[in-house]
Design a protein around this ligand. Structure first.
Ligand SMILES: NC(=O)c1ccc[n+]([C@@H]2O[C@H](COP(=O)([O-])OP(=O)(O)OC[C@H]3O[C@@H](n4cnc5c(N)ncnc54)[C@H](O)[C@@H]3O)[C@@H](O)[C@H]2O)c1
Length: 388
C-alpha cells in the first residue's frame, strides 16, 4: 500500500517492493463522454464549435469539395469568433482514406505550431472524419478532435463512435484505432449542397438503424420519405438527432467493440467486401451497405428468421431513395466470386469467423457465425449477381 501526496508541485511516492513473483496487472480504465449537437444553421454550429475549442487552435482537415463550397464561410465565422485556424485539404473521395494521405497530414502537423491542447477539426463526410480522426489519434499519441460532419452519412453514422481508420488495398479500414471525439457538431444546413446520391447513401445508414434497433425510426423514415427527399430541414434535424441517439445508445453497450457483434454491422459483412471489390470509389459506402442489407436479409428470410414482408418493405424503402438492391444497379460488373474471396480475407482478419447480423423483426437481430458460403451464394444470385 502506498499513498501519493500532492503538496503544491511536489509529488511524493513510496511504493513497496512487490513480493518475488507477485503478478503485475496494469489498470487503464477510461471513460469517454462527448456531446452530439445537431444544428440547423452554420452560425449555431460555429458558436458550439468555438465553445468546444475554448481558445485552442483548430487544425481543420477537410476535402477540396467541402472547402470550395463551405470553407470560406466556416473560416470567416471562426475568425469572427477569435479562433485561430490552420487548414489542410485532401482530395475528395474514398481514395484519400489512405496511408499516403495520413502521412502527408502528419508531416503537415509536424511542421505546424500545434501543441497538445490544440484540436483537430474534421470538416466533411466520413472520409475526412475517419482519416482526420486517425491522424489525430496517433499524432503526439493522441490529439483531441471534433467532428463537424457535412454529409448525411457522417451525421447519422460516421462521425459517431470514435472508430477511425485508413483503408489498405486488401481491406477497408484495416489500419486504424478507437479515438473518441471531443464533440460532434452536425449542422443539417450543410446538407443543402450535398449531391442526391450522397444524400441517399446517408439515408441507407439511417434505415439500417431502424431495422436493427428501432421500429419507430423505421416507420419515421417510411412516413417522411418524401420530406427527406426534398430535404425539409426539420425532418432532417429529427432524422439526424434520432440517429445520434440510437447509435450512441448502441455503442455505449460495447464502445470498443470487444465482441464485434454489434448489430450496427448489419449490411457490412457483404457491403464491405463489395466495396473492396469495386475498388473504393465507384460505389459509395452507403450504397454498398444498402446492397449488403438486402443480401443479408435474404439470408435471414431463407433461414425462416425474417418475414418476407419486412424484406419487401426494406427493399421498397431503399429503392425509393434510388439505392441499389440488385446486382444490376451496382457500378461495373461485380462478380460474386470476387466478393466471396474478399469476405474470406475479412474472415481471416477476424480469426476464422464472420459475424452476420440477421434481422428477425424491426428492432431484433440474430448474430450468427455459421452462415455458409452456399447460403451467401444463393442470396447473391437472388440479386442477379453472377456466382460460379
Ligand atoms: N467510423 C465509422 O464509424 C464510420 C461509419 C460509417 C461510415 N464510415 C466511413 O465514412 C466514409 C463514407 O462517408 P461519406 O459518404 O460521408 O464520404 P465522403 O467524406 O467521401 O463524402 C462524400 C462526398 O460528399 C462531398 N461532400 C461532403 N459534404 C458535402 C456538402 N455539404 N456538400 C456537397 N458535397 C459534400 C465530399 O467532398 C465527397 O465527395 C467511408 O469511408 C466509410 O467507411 C465510417
Amino acid at each position: 500500500m502506498t499513498t501519493t501526496q500532492l503538496d503544491g508541485l511536489r509529488v511524493r511516492d513510496a511504493f513497496p517492493l512487490p513480493r518475488p513473483g507477485e503478478p503485475v496487472v496494469a489498470h487503464a480504465d477510461r471513460h469517454d463522454e462527448y456531446a452530439v449537437h445537431v444544428t440547423r444553421t452554420l452560425e449555431d454550429a460555429l458558436d458550439r464549435l468555438a465553445s468546444v475549442l475554448d481558445g485552442a487552435t483548430a487544425a481543420i482537415i477537410t476535402d477540396d469539395t467541402v472547402e470550395a463550397i463551405h470553407g470560406r464561410d466556416v473560416l470567416r465565422g471562426l475568425r469572427e469568433r477569435d479562433v485561430d485556424v490552420l487548414v489542410a485539404v485532401i482530395p475528395a473521395g474514398e481514395a484519400s482514406k489512405s496511408l499516403e494521405e495520413a502521412m502527408r497530414l502528419w508531416h503537415w502537423l509536424a511542421a505546424s505550431p500545434l501543441a497538445r491542447r490544440d484540436v483537430v477539426v474534421t470538416l466533411g463526410g466520413g472520409v475526412p472524419a475517419d482519416l482526420g480522426g486517425w491522424v489525430a489519434s496517433a499524432y503526439m499519441r493522441g490529439l483531441p478532435y471534433v467532428n463537424v460532419p457535412t454529409t448525411l452519412l457522417g451525421q447519422v453514422d460516421g462521425a459517431l463512435g470514435g472508430k477511425v481508420a485508413a483503408n489498405h488495398p486488401s481491406a477497408k479500414n484495416l489500419i486504424g484505432a478507437f479515438h473518441q471525439p471531443r464533440a460532434v457538431i452536425s449542422n443539417v444546413g450543410f446538407l443543402t449542397t450535398l449531391e442526391d446520391r450522397h444524400m441517399a447513401a446517408g439515408v441507407a445508414e439511417a434505415i439500417k438503424k431502424g431495422v436493427i434497433a428501432s421500429p419507430d425510426y423505421f416507420d419515421f423514415i417510411e412516413e417522411h420519405a418524401a420530406a427527406l427527399r426534398r430535404r425539409d430541414p426539420m425532418t432532417l434535424e429529427r432524422l439526424v438527432h434520432a440517429a445520434s441517439a440510437i447509435k450512441t445508445a448502441l455503442i455505449a453497450r460495447d464502445p470498443y467493440e470487444a465482441d464485434l457483434r454489434r448489430p450496427l454491422n448489419f449490411g457490412h459483412t457483404v457491403g464491405h467486401p463489395v466495396e473492396t471489390v469495386s475498388g473504393y470509389g465507384p460505389l459509395l459506402h452507403g450504397e454498398a451497405v444498402a446492397f449488403g442489407m438486402v443480401v443479408e436479409s435474404r439470408i435471414a428470410v431463407a433461414r425462416g428468421l425474417m418475414a418476407p414482408e419486412l424484406l419487401d418493405r426494406l427493399v421498397a424503402l431503399l429503392r425509393g431513395f434510388g439505392l441499389p438492391t440488385t446486382a444490376a444497379e451496382l457500378p461495373g460488373a461485380i462478380g460474386g466470386d470476387a466478393v466471396l474471396l474478399a469476405m474470406e480475407k475479412v474472415r481471416q482478419i477476424r480469426a476464422g469467423s464472420l459475424r452476420w447480423v440477421l434481422p428477425v423483426t424491426c428492432g431484433e437481430t440474430l448474430i450468427a457465425d455459421d452462415v455458409t458460403a452456399d447460403e451467401v451464394r444463393r442470396a447473391l444470385r437472388a440479386t442477379g449477381m453472377r456466382v460460379a
